[in-house]
Design a protein around this ligand. Structure first.
Ligand SMILES: [Fe+2]
Length: 440
């Protein structure tokens, strides 16, 4: 039996197909190039390569976009008809759970594969990303940490496990461990955009603007080229410039790096919406930029797939002045909230009250916005994303409190921020703004 580059048994008997698959594995762990195209090359060599079909399905479900559902089904059918090992069949089942909206079952299934086969980096990574989308913060750290037992420094792919563990430590507030592991991963593999990202999050959470900007800017020529995840690291750099008050730099990064017009990648639309919303809160004129982001979201306005997406669609519609589209998404969220699924639960508990809060904020109903965000912010992790992404909730809450005349509340939020990020210029600005409002 043949083995992949990590030592996992694969059912294919084609060495040529396996070579292509191994190349795809490297691209997958680096978020680099086009692993789908390389998997297709593997499948051209051996159309019955079950694990290539499973990996293809896994990449597509991790886009968290209903658009790919049919393509995933096609992969799953082809995979089921192929030669497979038990491990490969488990991959197909995990991707099927994900594609059919059983997100928690999917993440747990990938984690179970990784626990049985800790050198299955494709499974470790899928479990890690699943934990991220679902706000399963402890497992975001623990699943890659579990896999580290099977890796030694110098092993192929070791950097990727370190990078995932680093991000997990960061999301659990252990910034020292996160920075140490993240820097080691980047030292081993400077192209590892996910490990770079873990350290970027540490800097973001500490409000360490100077080191944060330098970290991303000075390493970009290594992590950015041909990297499908680069837009998100650029987004982090834009956030740090926003913190520093370099608004022109933020807009330049948005235009040149974060937002590719006509990009089909919904994860990019999320970052675009999130950055423009922060600029809107800060009173920065973003011109017509909202229009094309809102146009992207139109095809997904009624997907009812993932509440985190829906909230960002609502932001874009509100930013572009398309209140009817925002209301349309809200109606869909109300319908899904009545059902019984992972997304229904996320929508009911978190997504819907937040979307209603953002609509209320846009309409000037600040008291309603404050109440709904305040009630939801503390359980916001239930609809996934990172602390840095969900910071948009705290920022919107602060501005709703300011605009609604709830000055003590605004001071409380600003004080909380400055305590957590004492060197953040943005935190200082908001604290001054709250104080000024209090004195008015
Ligand atoms: Fe991030």
């Amino acid at each position: 039996m043949l083995q992949d580059r990590y030592g996992n048994t694969v059912a294919t008997t084609s060495s040529a197909a396996l070579d292509k698959y191994n190349h795809a594995c490297e691209l997958i762990r680096l978020y680099r190039g086009d692993p789908i195209a390389v998997l297709d090359q593997a499948l051209a060599e051996d159309p019955d390569f079950g694990m290539a079909w499973a990996a293809r399905a896994g990449i597509l479900v991790q886009q968290m976009d209903k658009l790919y559902a049919e393509e995933v089904e096609k992969c799953l059918r082809a995979g089921a008809a192929s030669r497979t090992t038990e491990r490969e069949r488990a991959h197909l089942m995990a991707a099927k759970h994900w594609n059919e909206g059983r997100f928690h079952e999917a993440a747990l299934s990938y984690a179970r594969i990784a626990q049985e086969h800790p050198r299955d980096l494709v499974a470790v990574q899928a479990a890690h990303i699943g934990a991220f989308f679902l706000g399963r913060a402890p497992e975001l750290r623990d699943w890659p940490v579990q896999a580290l037992r099977a890796f030694s420094p110098g092993d192929d792919g070791y950097h990727a496990v370190l990078g995932m563990a680093a991000f997990g430590y960061e999301e659990n507030g252990d910034y020292g461990a996160a920075e140490e592991l993240g820097r080691e991963a980047v030292w081993l593999e400077p192209r590892d955009a996910w490990a770079v990202h873990a350290v970027a999050h540490v800097n973001e959470m500490r409000g360490d603007v100077d080191n944060g900007i330098a970290w991303l800017r000075d390493s970009a020529d290594r992590w950015a080229p041909e990297n499908a995840f680069a837009y998100h690291n650029w987004w982090h750099l834009a956030l740090l410039h926003l913190d520093a008050g370099n608004f022109q730099e933020v807009l330049a990064l948005y235009d040149e790096k974060v937002r590719r017009p006509d990009s089909p990648a919904m994860l990019e639309w999320i970052d675009a919406s999130a950055l423009l919303w922060r600029l809107k809160l800060e009173g920065i004129d973003v011109g017509k930029r909202w229009n094309d982001v809102a146009a992207s979201w139109e095809r997904a306005a009624e997907d009812q797939y993932y509440a985190f997406n829906d909230l960002h669609a609502v932001m874009a519609f509100l930013g572009a002045g398309k209140r009817r589209d925002a209301e349309r998404t809200l109606q869909c969220m109300r319908r899904i909230a009545q059902r019984n699924s992972d997304n229904a639960l996320m929508t009911r508990a978190v997504g819907l009250p937040l979307a209603e809060a953002f609509v209320a904020f846009d309409a000037g109903n600040y008291s309603e916005a404050v109440d709904k965000i305040a009630a939801t912010r503390g359980i916001g992790q239930r609809f996934g994303g990172s602390h840095a992404q969900r910071d948009v909730l705290s920022l919107t809450l602060f501005h709703a409190a300011i605009r609604g005349g709830q000055r003590q509340f605004a001071e409380a939020i600003a004080h909380e921020r400055l305590t957590q990020k004492p060197s953040s210029p943005w935190a200082s600005r908001l604290a001054r703004q709250a104080k000024f409002a209090s004195a008015a």
